[in-house]
Design a protein around this ligand. Structure first.
Ligand code: PDD
Length: 285
């Protein structure tokens, strides 16, 4: 079945959804994106994703071609038209189509491009959640503004391929001896009941799921420490997990072939996954 895709004000069959070859998103990765999950046909953490989008746009001197209210309407309309019950909505805004030049085009004459599409996917009942995932470590050689959610995803994509080639599920990136984050998720370890995750800064994406999960953990009286942790510390942890809009809380059961705990999903990750899915569904829009 053909999906309906939103492109610059129009809802189109996916075969007709097109942008210019001169689009700066295509030529220069000059664009930002968001991924919002859908559960029970409703959007999870939408205000958080909208706020981060606003911040990403501002950091790159980009202006959204639509208001935030309109953005929510478009998300909902696409979910409705495509009958998505479980899955995600992908949104991308680029600086638009202009003659190729490293200098940004004049915003008075170049309109940003906006595209949204949906992807149906099982998010709750997954093998990864049941069994946990294996990660490998790789050098973090990305640029210095990882807090901006840009479409420069080549290295994270290569990281996933390196993990796959090594027989693992994903990769954790390491810089100056400490773990920054996963290829497309935030990284956590648990030691003696305490949850440790990298503090916010330019080095990692400020995950919307991360913010919610840490809040739920604190409300459940779990101890949380936001600081860098080393790979050695991670391999000696009792358990580990990752968070993102598409994986919620997913247990990590081994790092570079070293099993954590007894090599099965740990109790903290399992509990946080349950709480996150319950609570975020209650607040879904
Ligand atoms: N990725 N860190 C990185 C590098 C990410 O790409 C993501 C999200 C996260 C988690 O952010 P959030 O909790 O807001 O989803 C952390 C999305 C899901 C993706 O690219 O598909």
């Amino acid at each position: 079945m053909s999906r309906t895709v939103y492109v610059n004000g129009d809802y189109l069959p996916e075969a007709d959804a097109k942008v210019s070859v001169f689009d700066r998103g295509f030529l220069m990765a000059d664009g930002v994106y968001e991924v919002t999950s859908v559960l029970g046909g409703k959007l999870i953490d939408f205000p958080g994703h909208a706020a981060r989008l606003r911040r990403s746009l501002k950091e790159l001197d980009l202006t959204s071609p639509v208001s935030e209210d309109a953005l929510l309407d478009i998300h909902r309309e696409l979910v409705r038209r495509n009958g998505v019950v479980e899955g995600m909505v992908y949104l991308q805004i680029t600086r638009g189509a202009a003659d190729r030049d490293f200098v940004f085009p004049d915003p008075a004459t170049t309109t940003p491009t906006i595209v949204l599409f949906t992807q149906a996917k099982n998010l709750i009942d997954t093998v990864a959640a049941r069994r946990g995932i294996a990660v490998i470590s790789i050098d973090d050689i990305r640029w210095g503004r990882r807090d901006i959610k840009t479409v420069q995803l080549l290295y994270p994509s290569m990281g996933k391929m390196m993990a796959k080639a090594a027989g693992a599920d994903d990769a954790w990136m390491v810089e100056d001896g400490v773990v920054t984050e996963g290829t497309s998720n935030n990284a956590y370890i648990v030691k003696d009941g305490k949850i440790v995750t990298r503090n916010l800064g330019n080095e990692i994406l400020h995950g919307i799921t991360r913010g919610a999960v840490l809040q739920f953990a604190r409300e459940a009286q779990m101890e949380v420490e936001e600081r860098p942790f080393t790979l050695e510390e991670a391999k000696a942890a009792d358990e580990a997990f990752v968070t993102s809009a598409s994986t919620f809380v997913t247990p990590v059961v081994s790092i570079d072939g070293v099993a954590l705990g007894d090599g099965t999903p740990g109790p903290v990750a399992r509990r946080l996954r349950e709480i996150y899915i319950d609570e975020s569904q209650k607040a879904a829009l």
